[in-house]
Design a protein. Structure first.
Length: 221
């Protein structure tokens, strides 16, 4: 076929069309080729009648799509689901890591809970930061400190993590409630703010200390 190689490179003809039919294929090959050409002509007509550009549907409202900051609910598990955070020292170290990254303005942390073998996070990353990078920072810094400060050897985290983007105040509150109920449903606490390794408990303790300082201003350092 004339110019067969050029048409093949452009994806218009297949290798079979260039080389031609075998003696056995004969007439069937020409019939199949005619049907293929008919389908191509029909497709060209549909493309000509189609809009210039299709607009994909989005679940998020337009202002959320264009917003540079994004909020995510992320979950990461320990390697082989080891109950690493059942040890109080390890759970407190992860809280220190979260505090240090928030102080460095790496992300905004809305809520979290540290369960024995996994952690749930509700955080917002700003423009220039991704959820992948934020979770990598948390896991990497914790692993480094656990190894260097406590001599821990072995794998700490399961590879990867799960995440879902949170859009809207109602969705945000639903994920906060899910996080708060985690230790209660697992039988680790009777009330949502009783579990020591969660945002709500730490917020309650901090508020109590603030109220105590305000009630006794003369005792401030």
């Amino acid at each position: 076929i004339a110019n067969g190689s050029a048409l093949f490179e452009r994806g218009i003809l297949t290798e079979r069309e260039i080389s031609g039919p075998s003696p056995v294929e004969g007439k069937a090959w020409f019939c199949n080729r005619a049907r293929l050409q008919s389908c191509r002509n029909a497709a060209r007509k549909e493309w000509a009648l189609a809009p210039a550009m299709a607009q994909p549907s989005r679940n998020a409202p337009p202002d959320a799509v264009l917003r540079p900051s994004r909020t995510f609910f992320a979950t990461s598990r320990t390697a082989m689901s080891k109950r690493l955070f059942q040890v109080e020292r390890n759970a407190e170290l992860l809280i220190q890591v979260l505090r240090s990254l928030v102080a460095e303005r790496r992300f905004e942390l809305h809520d979290f809970v540290i369960m024995p073998d996994h952690v749930h996070l509700l955080l917002t990353v700003a423009e220039g930061m991704t959820i992948e990078k934020a979770v990598q920072m948390i896991k990497g810094r914790f692993s480094y400190r656990l190894s260097h400060e406590f001599g821990f050897k072995g794998e700490v985290w399961q590879r990867g993590f799960s995440e879902v983007q949170v859009i809207g105040d109602g969705n945000l509150e639903a994920h906060r409630e899910y996080i708060a109920q985690n230790p209660v449903k697992a039988g680790l606490a009777g009330q949502v703010d009783e579990y020591p390794f969660c945002y709500r408990h730490l917020a309650r303790v901090k508020a109590a200390l603030r109220n105590e300082e305000e009630a006794l201003p003369g005792l401030k350092p």
